[in-house]
Design a protein around this ligand. Structure first.
Ligand SMILES: [Zn+2]
Length: 426
């Protein structure tokens, strides 16, 4: 077994290690380097948490490797890395810009000893999230008796799945309790109890564990078996914010943001609230009632506008029917921005005074034209079939009215309609 420095010291960033094995391997169709080391601070992907990333520096050559992933198999940590291309001298650089240098990984001298360094900001961020998750899961278990049945922690998301549901008040209570643990700023205990000691510890665990069990304890709040790095003091977690709690597989999927992530989220929300408050000329505290009022005003305005649209459409049809000579009263209109209910109503208003097809082709969200066509003397399904045959249009309806969508230009449609309607185009 090789040494996992992160087990005992979550704050170890840099280390020196002999290379046990290094070779070229294929990872997602790319040739990369894989390293096994005598010791490592790189936490590998496991238990729902993505791995650390960082750098390896060869102590004998100038070669540098960027570690993009680490995984664990049979208790051994494997590090996947790419060679970092060094900047070349000025003279050579120009040539390199012209043609990208391709390095065959197999030609690279593999290191015997490296200095490794994890990306500390990324690690600390994950420590804040993971420790926050333990406080939330432990508190949920203690207050409501639900288990954490799923966990995912990546660079941009933390989700916790519970086998129970919460009210809004429950969420507030959980949030208040876990943040109190943060402000109390107490020590987080990490230890390896003997099997006898372990039997007496009421710890949480998702699965039956064997071998040496690592216990992470937040005294008074949570005891859990866990292999990940955690903060030393709860104050380091920073604010814990439950940003959502949605029904999921009969239970709840909760999203949380802790520490710097909560700060960034607050900043983004504040920027957004400030932007809206500027737009509406209200204080950011008054944004919600202002948006509510705006929403109501918009609904009223839409209602009023629909009234005007109906009048305009009715007037256009009335005018077309009035100017028709009796034999050719079948107006077809081309327009935009009308809704189907208004169009159907207008067609029905004049249909008794037409003697052919009466309809509207209108543009909207869909490509081409939507159409509604009615008639009380002709069979509209014949026209629907013809439109389908000519333009591949989609739609439905019955003999007296059809509705659908056609991808064609206004001129193409008018040309086509000549065979079916000798009326006027508006
Ligand atoms: Zn954990």
């Amino acid at each position: 077994m090789y040494e996992k420095l992160y087990d005992d010291n979550a704050y170890a960033v840099e280390f020196l290690s002999e290379v046990v094995s290094a070779y070229v391997t294929t990872w997602e169709d790319e040739e990369v380097f894989e390293f096994v080391l005598e010791k490592t601070t790189f936490f590998p992907e496991q238990g729902g948490q993505t791995s650390d990333t960082g750098m390896f520096y060869d102590t004998d050559t100038e070669n540098e490797f960027e570690v993009f992933h680490a995984y664990i198999k049979d208790d051994t940590v494997y590090h996947l890395a790419r060679l970092v291309k060094k900047p070349v001298e000025t003279k050579k650089r120009k040539k390199q810009e012209e043609e990208e240098e391709i390095i065959d990984p197999k030609s690279v001298k593999l290191p015997k000893r490296i200095i490794g360094r994890i990306n500390w900001d990324e690690r600390f961020d994950k420590m804040q999230q993971h420790s926050g998750e333990h406080l939330v899961s432990g508190t949920v278990h203690r207050l409501f008796g639900y288990d954490n049945v799923g966990f995912s922690l990546s660079s941009d998301n933390v989700t916790l799945d519970f086998n129970g549901k919460f009210t809004d008040e429950d969420i507030l209570e959980i949030e208040k309790t876990v943040n109190r643990a943060v402000f109390e700023n107490f020590k987080v205990k990490v230890y390896y109890p003997t099997p006898e000691e372990l039997r007496k510890i009421p710890y949480r665990s998702k699965k039956e564990l064997v071998g040496r069990i690592r216990i992470v304890e937040f005294p008074g709040y949570d005891i859990c078996a866990c292999c990940a790095p955690h903060v030393a003091m709860t104050g380091e977690i920073g604010l814990i914010k439950i940003v959502s709690a949605e029904h999921f597989k009969g239970g709840t999927r909760m999203s949380i943001k802790c520490g710097y992530r909560a700060l960034e989220d607050y900043r983004n929300l504040l920027d957004s609230a400030k932007g809206v408050s500027r737009l509406l000329s209200v204080t950011k505290e008054d944004v919600f009632p202002a948006v509510e009022k705006l929403n109501n005003d918009l609904r009223d305005a839409r209602f009023e506008l629909n009234g005007y649209k109906t009048k305009v459409l009715d007037a256009a049809f009335e005018s077309a029917v009035a100017s028709g000579d009796g034999d050719h009263n079948n107006p077809i209109m081309f327009t935009s921005g009308l809704d189907a209910a208004i169009i159907r109503k207008s067609i029905n208003n004049v249909i008794d005074r037409t003697n052919g097809y009466c309809g509207v082709f209108f543009t909207g969200d869909k490509e081409g034209y939507s159409y509604i066509i009615g008639s009380n003397v002709k069979d509209c399904t014949i026209l629907a079939s013809a439109l389908k045959e000519k333009f591949g249009s989609k739609g439905g309806g019955n003999k007296s009215m059809i509705q659908g969508n056609v991808v064609a230009t206004e001129d193409e449609i008018k040309e086509f309609l000549k065979d079916y309607s000798d009326g006027v185009f508006i």
